[in-house]
Design a protein around this ligand. Structure first.
Ligand SMILES: [Zn+2]
Length: 103
């Protein structure tokens, strides 16, 4: 049992290291929701290859090169306008959208 535990522990360590490496290379690791600023509309998206980009609404999807900055407590600062974006709001907005579609 201890051996299995040790192997699992090592595996989790490897996964954490891979996630860290992927993040450093700009890959979206799916450990949170994609963000959208409710003030200026700057949105995150994931393009082929898993790279995380941001783009402005009503424009062709082209990476602005800007990235939301993670703060404490699941909050992010919009790099475009400086507004605070909460991860949970994005999740609720997606839920609200899908509810509207069903109705
Ligand atoms: Zn903004």
């Amino acid at each position: 049992m201890n051996r299995a535990h040790d192997r699992l522990h090592a595996l989790f360590g490897e996964i954490a290291a891979l996630r860290k490496k992927a993040k450093a290379e700009g890959v979206f690791t799916n450990d949170r929701e994609l963000l959208e600023c409710s003030s200026c509309g700057l949105m995150e998206d994931v393009v082929s290859g898993g790279l995380l980009i941001t783009y402005r609404p009503n424009t062709p999807i082209r990476d602005t090169g800007l990235r939301f900055r993670e703060l404490r407590g699941g909050r992010f600062r919009c790099p475009e306008c400086g507004s605070i974006v909460r991860e949970i709001e994005g999740r609720d907005a997606v839920k609200a959208k899908s509810r509207k579609r069903k109705a």
